[in-house]
Write a protein that binds this ligand. Structure first.
Ligand code: GLY
Length: 395
């Protein structure tokens, strides 16, 4: 009887996914728009060394040098276009926009090297097999390891302006930089990268989460003893609130750590993050969260489409690992992507300097990049769309 029920459920799930022609239409429509928008954004960026961060409300593009934490996303988006279309024009553009990241090879002043180098160069190496990209991943990972303190057991996120060792601040976003370390450990066979990534993930697991399964943005440690000395609100509303993108980084980070290690504690944490999102009483109907789940003015607070895109991408991976949750996680991700591909979020062709999705928030507390298109929203949207497109074949 039990076996019959299992067979029926499996059949329903497979029929549900296989019959999802509407999902493939979303993928096609969004990639077609991404091609138009990316060509426009590239044409407007006249300096080869500048990277687009976000759209300014005066109609200009906010840019960063290679050292800005967002620098890898635009090149990585172009690698996604090449992966999707196999059109050599995107290959040429991806190479051109990735080249200035070479200057980050020995840059040790940031923990964001996983975003800056890992995202574009892992894709570049996977798609071309070229040694130069592999070497850049290794060098950037060596630079990242210099920020690991054995006394604290974590990679330091932000340096203090006065050079003071304390507070030793670690942000939940830093989970995302571990993927590059896992990649390089496999590329080189050197377990150091893996061990440090695991040590960082274990201590984040221990100290970054609250009993309700939300997480802090910033945890402060004593640099000598590794003792937790406090928590801070950072880009969230307060130290006690749940900053939406932070919850998404946690979900994505622990899903990825489970993939790389098979450690069931990471799976358990990822599932708790997913359930926090899905069951949140203040999650809007279209599943694009407000910038902070505890923002005081809800429902009149800006949404953060980037948090929705990161969540969709993570759920499409977690759906394959979490027992009994596939239909729920796949369905939630699909609903998020349907929202992001709707007229409310998908930017019309030729508008907003070529960004792809609207209504993200960089940092509301500092009044920076509020309710605008931001490049990492586009990146995780495209990644999620590729995961949706390949969902059946990856299983
Ligand atoms: N890593 C910074 C952010 O998510 O805004």
């Amino acid at each position: 009887m039990k076996q019959t029920l299992r067979l029926v459920l499996t059949f329903c799930l497979l029929a549900f996914i296989a019959g999802d022609a509407a999902a493939q239409r979303i993928v096609r429509k969004s990639f077609a728009r991404a091609e138009r928008q990316t060509a426009l954004l590239d044409s407007l960026l006249t300096s080869p060394d500048l990277f687009p961060a976000s759209w300014n409300t005066d109609g200009t593009i906010k840019t960063n040098s290679a050292r800005g934490w967002i620098s890898g996303f635009f090149p990585a988006n172009i690698w996604f276009l090449y992966e999707y279309t196999r059109d050599p024009k995107w290959l040429d553009m991806a190479r051109r926009r990735t080249a200035p990241l070479d200057t980050l090879r020995r840059y040790t002043k940031t923990h964001d090297l996983g975003f800056m180098v890992g995202c574009p160069c892992a894709a570049a190496y996977r798609l071309t097999g070229e040694e130069a990209y592999r070497q850049l991943l290794i060098d950037a990972s060596d630079a990242l390891l210099t920020r690991f303190s054995p006394a604290v057991g974590l990679i330091r996120s932000w340096d203090n302006k006065n050079g003071d060792p304390n507070p030793y601040r670690v942000i939940i976003d830093n989970m995302m930089n571990l993927e590059m370390l896992f990649t390089v450990s496999k590329l080189t066979g050197d377990k150091r990268y893996y061990d440090i990534a695991v040590c960082h993930a274990d201590n984040t697991l221990k100290n970054h989460f609250r009993p309700d399964n939300s997480c802090f943005h910033i945890v402060c440690y004593d640099a000598e003893t590794g003792r937790v000395t406090g928590q801070r609100g950072g880009q969230g509303y307060s130290a006690a609130s749940a900053w939406s993108r932070g919850q998404s980084w946690a979900l994505y980070g622990f899903t990825m750590c489970y993939r790389e290690t098979g450690d069931p504690r990471y799976l358990d944490r990822a599932v708790k993050c997913a359930e926090y999102f899905i069951n949140h009483p203040r999650l809007p109907e279209d599943l694009v969260p407000y910038w902070d789940y505890d923002a005081p003015g809800i429902p009149d607070e800006p949404r953060d489409a980037s948090a929705a895109a990161i969540t969709a991408s993570a759920l499409l991976e977690l759906a394959k690992y979490a027992p009994g949750k596939e239909k729920s996680y796949y369905g939630t991700a699909r609903k998020i992507l349907t929202s992001l591909a709707s007229d409310r979020y998908l930017i019309p062709a030729g508008k907003k300097c070529g960004f792809l999705i609207d209504h993200s928030v960089g940092s509301k507390p500092s009044g920076s990049q509020v309710d605008v298109p931001i490049i990492y929203g586009d990146y995780y949207f495209l990644e999620a769309l590729l995961r949706l497109k390949n969902y059946k074949t990856q299983k």
